[in-house]
Design a protein around this ligand. Sequence first.
Ligand code: ADP
Length: 447
Amino acid sequence: MFKRVLIANRGEIALRIIRACRELGIESVCVYSTADRDAPYLKDADEAICIGPGPAKESYLNISRIISAAEIANADAIHPGYGFLSERADFSEVCRDCKIEFIGPSPEAMGKLGDKVEAKRYAKAAKVPVFPGSEGAIEDPEEAVEVANEIGYPVIIKAAAGGGGRGMRICRNEATLRTNISKAQQEALAAFGNGAVFIEKFLEHARHVEVQVLGDKHGNAIHLWERDCSMQRRHQKIIEEAPGPGIDRKKIEKICESAARLVKSANYAGAATVEFLMDEKQNFYMLEVNTRVQVEHPVTEMITGVDIVQMSIRVAAGEPIPYKQKDIQIRGHAIECRINAEDPDRDFMPSAGVIDRYRAPGGLGVRIDSHVLAGYRVPPNYDSMIGKLICWADTREQAIERTSRALHEFEVGPIKTTIPLHARLMQNTDFRRGGVDIHYLERLLKG
Ligand code: ADP
């Protein structure tokens, strides 16, 4: 097992990894930017090293500074968390060259599944259902039109290296498809350093259902069932839950098994998420594979009892997964609300500043994953998420009531947060019925 792990991240996920390390008897080293110098979780780590100023490019995205910090601290592994460098195969490779274990997939496995076009190829081979669409990257508008005529409009243009909901264009006819292809290629090149784009069928009414998978270095892979993350705004998830409400268990079991097969076929060690869209008839189409731990991993932990972050560390250290597939049973229901420092009444304007009032909820089945305390200053430099509320109960109805109750207790001020929006959504009859689609929240906010 590792002696010291460096955490190349910040905020709640840095704290989450510090906690996992401590429970495993591993020392943690946390890097931070000057914008995070007063972050309370730095005290929980065994060592904290400043790696540069606030802008991520000069700190959390700066590979040479992070590697230097790891060498100075004598860390034998690096956990990248999510975002920042977590999905960069070049970073995974630099770690390997420096003889520091990257806690995540090898650069090869990341190359196979992290690229959307490549992942689709592997998915087809592993019999994972994928969207009808182009076989590989699209070179010119003629090719795009040909594929679109075959699969029918609307279609969506996506970047092979895309992420964070950026670089996607929906085309409802040939004219828009023609004008959008080269624009999308240029945009992808500028945003992701890779101009490859592809097209697939666009689903009007879909739910986002994803499967948590774990692979190890001994050729084993298991799934930890699914999460429903359909409550989204601008392609960003707001609420996630597990298991997915109303989904045919026989169908989802097959999908989950296919996701585990895919990860195994890529010789993938670590935590991965295979994302799908599900149509009204509960047909599944793979969206992409996320080659890292995800923000919403706690709902899966709550229903399975498996510590996903600890598992990511243990498999990176070479341990085999200590579970068989049949050991992974679902117990109860869990819901996660992302608490963002944004004003839902003002078009989700970011609301940075000092938190004077802070009272976190508690009680049975209530979990808070957050780095925030009273007196904490939310820096304007990063993602607006300041924490996650995760509630577990025996049934979905009880989990909703518990979440509602916890939100009632949750007090954060004077900055604005998404807490009131979540409180409102817990009372929403469509959400309570289960199975809202991915555009539901935007329709609701407009109306
Ligand atoms: P990213 O990596 O940028 O998050 P994804 O491929 O995961 O991109 O897609 C993000 C979101 O975009 C999905 O959750 C869904 O809301 C929407 N989307 C993507 N592809 C399709 C599609 N073929 N049909 C309908 N919606 C889509």
